[in-house]
Ligand binder design. Sequence first.
Ligand code: BYC
Length: 311
Amino acid sequence: QSTALEVAFQTRIDRGDKIEPQDWMPGGYRSTLLRQISQHAHSEYVGMLPEGFWITRAPSLHRKCVLLAKVQDEAGHAQYLYSALESLGMDRDVAYQELLAGRAKYLNIFNYPALTWADVGMIGWLTDGAAIVNQVPLSRGSYGPYARAMVRICQEESFHHRQGFDLIRVLVEGTPEQRLMAQQALDRWWWPTLMVFGPPDADSPHSQQSMKWGIKLYSNDTLRQKFIDQTVPQIHYLGLSVPDPALHLDPQTGHYQSGPIDWSEFRRVIMGEGQCNQHRLNSRRESWRQGAWVREAAACHAAKQAVPHKE
Ligand code: BYC
């Protein structure tokens, strides 16, 4: 039985009002946002690692500058999202310690290695492409601070997506070896990218309630299909092939129908048993340890600033 407050809250959501931090909200709404935003923030943070490895290995100064800017953007996205979490009363240190302890989730995709330079392109073109499809609707979501963070994040993701496509375009126009490198990277990243959108709707425990609350606007399968429909023609344009023999354009629906996704792999990866889970977490823990002196110095500086200055 819904209380009067809950009914009034749902009316606001249905009307399209934004919910702000000082507003009353049901406990479940708050905890769903805390779960999703923290996973989102951690994904941006851990997501810097596969590409970060390639900054010192980029093939030209131009590519290095582009990649540096992209990775820096991702750190910024994590900061906006940790700020959105703070607006719900969760301290960023608390959220971050959950990640370091291995209890918090982040996107499956960042547990795969970036083996060649072409993988850097795939992360931009495919992963950021998927992120845009997922996040543009989130920028119209019901919680104000999260939705507003998404607006800026999506603008930056658009640059990330284009640089990834451009990197792959240059490879496919290069030598046969470079073309092969691009195809092999596509073979590695295609299926994990389709998994980014989350489990099929029938196995997605949170979707229905999240959509009722306007935290999610579309289901996982709807967004996955949108990504497939928009990306397959780009793959064909580049002369690459999708590593899915069952993929075909269904003339009745006008949508590309994909072959079966290996959901057992998805579950394994998000439970911590992917190729790089351990490595990613260890690397974040090491950064946390190495950054201790910076945190201490910043706290010391803040404490000095807080004391009234005497002439
Ligand atoms: N990976 O009921 P469901 C970026 C979990 S970073 C891991 O459908 P929901 C970038 C899910 O958490 C952009 N876990 O959940 C950065 C839940 O587990 P719990 C990151 C996943 O929340 C650097 C369970 O499965 N974007 O683009 O309704 C370089 C059941 O799922 C995944 C975001 O984070 C997954 N892929 O829907 C380049 C988007 N999918 O919590 C690029 C924000 C599901 O019950 N998040 N799970 O233990 C969302 O939109 C939603 O949370 C999801 C899942 C669509 C991901």
